[in-house]
Design a protein around this ligand. Structure first.
Ligand SMILES: Cc1cc2nc3c(=O)[nH]c(=O)nc-3n(C[C@H](O)[C@H](O)[C@H](O)COP(=O)(O)OP(=O)(O)OC[C@H]3O[C@@H](n4cnc5c(N)ncnc54)[C@H](O)[C@@H]3O)c2cc1C
Length: 498
């Protein structure tokens, strides 16, 4: 049974929602969290993640504060570098082509460090991302790409921890509780209509935080906003993020903002299921493409695979793959690179071919013009600047010469057998367009006024990401703005009580 009312209601059950619920609970009122999914599928996209958080740290002491388990030996064997506010700002500016909302971006960057500490103080544990974000050079792990910290146990560990902490902090969690509309009048929010275990009921609230994800799992909205062809993309994460909360807020006059035709989308196994599978998590992704080449159905390369570190290109290349004939491409590697491929290349459910000659390889590539593919690989091999040493830790400048589509870094010839190729299509992660909020996470209406009592955080907020995204920012965004939204809602509810 749902309670008839709650001081604060949080709609959603992912990272942003739990951070909001925990922050709201600090102000003493009752907090109800509505999760549309059943408990065994709960946790939204947050649960599908590797749990990587992009956060500012100025030195190793900042990391120790987050990860007190770090031993002296681990610190001595690692080159963590730094990730300063300046670097985070630069990354956000560069990848969004300087369209990111400056006020929201400033909050995201400058509050990332303290928000991580707040999560740690609540009981969330973190660890360095040894496996995916560091290479061992001369016996030392060198971290790259500004992404160093992950939640203990990845996304599932994060959601489990947040759920347990929320329960400890007296947050009421309702599963199979789908918010369907907001109850509001001229004075603002009054409550939410919920379909809970098959029955529709109204639950009253002083404040509501919307943290119910984007619209990427809704094929109709994808096609309407991202454009024709997007109904053919696979959804990487939860099937429950169908844009409900965005629609509910727009229905009461909230302002849409941000990159509505944009999304985070990556190369994802061509035969992956339509929605994410929690037993596989993010392992349908294939993120080692900067070390190899992409070939499409016409047998041609179509993108600069080595334009930048993986963290800064992967989120926009899904769209590029979707735009190829038959919406797929192969990633091709030879034996020099195969041992370096990320773990996700070694899962059971992978669409892969292997061959001992290039001729054999191209003939095994399903739906691909083999003759053209062979020509493409041979032309590419001749163009590689083999005189420049390959170095995966830096943008090594080992590019190609004279190709219509250059490869700027990490160009390795594909000539040493055995060869492997992996088929990928577009996997959409989350939509970029969403609701307009102010720096207190209050939802703004189409007249530019605050909607009293309505707050939003996470994937469904627009304005931060355009065209692209620096890896690990989604969870940080949800945590920073979830906490702010929860604090704002908790404070307002307490004031109304007084
Ligand atoms: C495979 C994969 C890997 C990723 N890896 C990373 C990573 O390592 N680092 C990173 O920063 N980001 C990563 N991301 C992106 C990240 O998952 C999101 O940016 C982030 O989790 C969004 O958090 P959120 O709380 O806003 O949304 P979500 O975690 O998706 O939560 C939304 C919640 O709302 C619920 N909901 C939806 N509709 C309703 C409704 N009507 N009523 C009630 N509840 C509703 C959903 O069930 C869900 O619980 C990854 C995403 C995927 C899919």
């Amino acid at each position: 049974m749902l309670p008839a009312s709650s001081d604060v209601i949080v709609v959603g059950g992912g990272n942003a929602a739990f951070c909001a619920a925990l922050a709201a609970a600090e102000h003493g009122g009752s907090v109800l969290l509505l999760e549309r999914a059943p408990e065994d599928e709960a946790g939204g996209n947050s649960r599908f993640t590797a749990g990587a958080f992009r956060c500012v740290y100025d030195d190793v002491e900042d990391l120790r504060a987050l990860m007190p388990d770090l031993t002296d030996e681990e610190v001595a064997n690692s080159d963590f570098g730094t990730y300063t506010e300046e670097k985070f700002f630069d990354d956000m500016g560069r990848v969004t082509e300087y369209r990111t909302d400056p006020d929201l971006c400033e909050i995201l960057v400058t509050r990332s460090k303290e928000t991580m500490r707040w999560m740690r103080d609540k009981g969330v544990r973190f660890a360095p991302i040894w496996g995916r974000q560091a290479y061992k050079i001369d016996g030392k792990f060198k971290f790259w790409g500004g992404l160093t910290v992950e939640a203990w146990g990845g996304g599932p560990g994060l959601v489990d921890a947040l759920t347990a902490i929320a329960r400890k902090n007296k947050v009421t969690i309702a599963y199979e509780a789908r918010a369907v509309s907001l109850i509001a009048d001229d004075d603002g929010i009054k409550g939410v209509r919920v379909k809970h275990a098959g029955k529709t009921v109204d639950v009253h609230a002083k404040c509501i935080v919307l943290a119910a994800g984007g619209f990427q799992a809704n094929a109709e909205m994808r096609t309407r906003y991202l454009g024709p062809g997007w109904e053919l993309a696979k959804v990487r994460g939860t099937r429950f993020n169908t844009g409900d909360a965005i629609r509910m807020a727009l229905d009461i006059g909230a302002m849409p903002t941000g990159n509505w035709s944009g999304s985070h989308a990556v190369g994802w196994d061509r035969n992956a299921p339509e929605f994410g599978d929690l037993t596989v998590g993010d392992n349908f992704q294939k993120h080692s493409y900067p070390w190899g080449i992409y070939i499409n159905a016409d047998g041609e390369r179509f993108v600069d695979e080595g334009a930048d570190f993986r963290n800064y290109t992967y989120a926009k290349y899904g769209r590029v793959i979707l735009m190829q004939p038959k919406q797929f491409a192969y990633q091709v590697f030879d034996s020099k690179i195969i041992p370096m491929l990320r773990d996700e290349y070694r899962i059971k459910r992978v669409t892969k071919v292997r061959a001992n000659t290039l001729e054999e390889l191209v003939n095994k590539l399903e739906d691909v013009n083999a003759e053209k593919a062979l020509e493409t690989i041979k032309t590419y091999n001749k163009a590689v600047m083999t005189e420049v040493p390959f170095n995966p830790n830096v943008k090594d400048g080992r590019g190609t010469r004279g190709l219509a589509i250059p490869k700027s870094n990490w160009a390795n010839t594909i000539e040493d057998p055995p060869f492997e190729a992996y088929a990928v299509t577009c996997g959409v992660t989350f939509s970029f367009g969403g609701l307009k909020i102010d720096t207190s996470a209050r939802v703004i209406d189409t007249d530019g006024a605050v909607i009293p009592g309505l707050y939003a955080a996470g994937e469904l907020v627009g304005g931060l990401f355009y065209f692209n995204y620096p890896g690990g920012t989604g969870l940080m965004n949800g945590a920073v703005f979830g906490r702010i939204a929860g604090t704002s809602a908790g404070q307002r509810a307490a004031q109304m009580q007084a």
